[in-house]
Design a protein around this ligand. Sequence first.
Ligand code: NAP
Length: 453
Amino acid sequence: MQEFLEAITAGASGEELAAIPIPDSYRAAFVRRSDAAMFEGVDSGDKDPREAIRIEEVPTPELAPDEAYVAVMASSINFNTVWTSIFEPLPTFGFLDRLGQESFWGARHALDHHVIGSDGSGVVIGVGSAVRNWKVGDRVTIQCNYVDSQDPSAHNDSMKAANQRIWGFETNFGGLADLSVVKANQLMPKPSHLTWEESAVNALCASTSYRMLVSNNAATMRQGDIVLIWGATGGLGSYATQLVINGGGIPVGVVSSPEKGQLLKEMGCDAVIDRRAEDYQFWSDEHNQDEREWRRFGKRIRELVGEDPDIVFEHPGRQTMGASVFAAKRGGIIVTCAATSGYMIEYDNRHLWMKLKQIVSSHFANYGEAWLMNRLIDRGAIHPTLSDTYTLDNVGEATYQVYNNRHEGKLGVLCLAPEQGLGVTDPEKRAEVGEDLITRFQRHTAAQAKPSS
Ligand code: NAP
């Protein structure tokens, strides 16, 4: 891939890039099928992604007609990288094997190594014969909704397609690598004012938050809505907070340190709850929740914004769902896309039905939603929340940081890009959008002198 890097850095044309042969192998971060039982008997919190993630050369797969090869300049860590690398709740090889049984092209994915990663920015270096809208040389970001467009179920909302998958999690050939294989309908234009790493961190978390809050497939936030956001400076939450403010809503952000609280205030979120400082104990023991703690939490929200939340942005799951259902206003919506702290959920159903609340599910975003989200970033209305950048060799360490909640916003990963700060093609637009807004999370994390990559 070195030849591609040199050509891209030298500003080679699409024609020049197309003349470079695709290499037989490439450098990638992956987990091995033979390691899937390596954490058996280890407590969940003690499982260490650094032990499972390997960085080595892997063979380049053949390209299907509807696909593109992308020279990946940068990628990011998502929580699904954590799940894959600790083999929880299940090893991801089952997904690959099922995809492998679907078709001739699907069979390429059922390998004994799983190349991980569900975000990426880079340059198209090869296209299949059926690709119409993209050509070699295009600078792109990649969204992770992987859909079989021939299945009728994919043609209303593709997230409801019978065989919808998340690229790099339920498929092979993910983004934490120097090269990736994606369907053409995963490609979106790279925002010209952002660096490779700033462009790479947005698609998964921002698009998920967009569908949860903005699109009419989930909570459909209105101007003036009060939105309670768990993990408001985390991967999902950092985009949710921006979307609420940008859309005329009123965010109430929950975080777990004064530093994160300060960051929220700098973003324009005035109502901040430090869950650690205020010491909410929603669970009195492993089996019982304490309604008095739900009430104390609800009272705190009213103190801050005068009303109960119209929408609760939920993803921590078991630890918080009881409180989320309680705190939502009469007729309010709890929109959930995850369950980091446990997926067997308990809440008091009386608070749901007597007050006509709704729990609404959401999962990533269809291509249209991801495209609209990318457009908001491209127009400088929403900013990347990249806080720190690692090299591909350090993906294990970066994943470990996310697993242990030691990060803010998003962690970027340099793949082919040799250093940070490259890839901006419109510096004037960058200056107009504002360097301080684009780099807010990076500066905040640097100021706290976190362990460096
Ligand atoms: P993240 O960057 O780690 O952020 C999550 C935030 O949640 C943390 O910053 C933390 O904030 C808060 N949190 C963690 N545990 C908590 C708990 N027990 N109680 C309250 N708050 C807690 O992760 P993310 O990228 O936002 O992803 C969050 C979850 O969503 C993961 O499970 C991920 O797999 C899932 N996800 C699903 C989709 C989808 O399409 N379905 C897409 C993206 C992510 P504080 O410590 O500051 O409170």
